[in-house]
Design a protein around this ligand. Structure first.
Ligand SMILES: [Zn+2]
Length: 165
C-alpha cells in the first residue's frame, strides 16, 4: 500500500525521503502527526479570530495570531471528484494512484479535502462513495541524539479508503 524508500543500513538517503520529517525537533506542526498516531485527523483553529486552516498552520493566515489550537476533523467523507493514475506513478507509489476531493459534511470545520485513496482497485471508485480515514506507518527517520547516538523517529501518514459496502 505505502511502499517507500527504506532506510538503508546505516545510510539515510535524505533526498529520496518522500515523507515529512515529523519529530517535534524539526517540525512545528508535529501535533498534527502525534494526533494522526492516535488515529485522529486534525487541523488548526485560531483562538483569536476562529479561522480554521487546512493544512495546519503555526500562524493564522487571517490575523497572524500564533495562538492556535488543534481541532478534530471527521473521519469519513464522500467523494466529490477523483482521478486515477494507472501508468507512470511517482517513485515510491504503486498503481492505481488515486486522489480525490472529499466532502466532510456541512458540520465539518473544513468542508473539502484533497486526499489520497488507498485499498481501492482501479475502476471501482464512484462519485458519492463514502471513504474513511486510514493511518499507516511509513519508514522511520533517523535523528542524531548526541551521546545517545542515532534514534529512529517513528512516522505515520494518512489516506482514505472505501467504506466496505
Ligand atoms: Zn486568526
Amino acid at each position: 500500500m505505502s511502499s517507500a524508500i527504506p532506510v538503508l543500513e546505516d545510510l539515510y538517503p535524505v533526498t529520496m525521503d518522500m515523507w515529512p520529517v515529523q519529530a517535534k525537533e524539526f517540525n512545528r506542526v508535529h501535533p498534527f502527526y502525534e494526533n494522526l498516531k492516535a488515529g485522529k485527523l486534525t487541523t488548526t483553529r485560531c483562538k483569536a479570530c476562529d479561522a480554521v486552516s487546512y493544512p495546519p498552520r503555526v500562524i493564522c493566515p487571517e490575523c497572524y495570531s500564533e495562538d492556535l489550537e488543534y481541532i478534530e476533523l471527521p473521519e469519513k467523507g464522500k467523494v466529490v471528484v477523483f482521478s486515477e493514475t494507472l501508468k507512470g506513478v511517482p517513485l515510491g507509489f504503486s498503481a492505481p494512484l488515486i486522489h480525490a476531493t472529499i466532502d466532510l459534511g456541512k458540520d465539518s470545520p473544513v468542508r473539502r479535502l484533497l486526499i489520497r485513496v488507498v485499498n481501492c482497485p482501479a475502476g471501482q471508485l464512484k462519485e458519492g462513495d463514502e471513504l474513511r480515514l486510514v493511518v499507516f506507518e511509513v519508514p522511520s527517520h533517523p535523528i542524531e541524539k548526541g551521546k545517545k547516538g542515532t534514534i529512529q523517529s517513528e512516522r505515520v501518514f494518512f489516506a482514505f479508503e472505501p467504506v466496505a459496502r
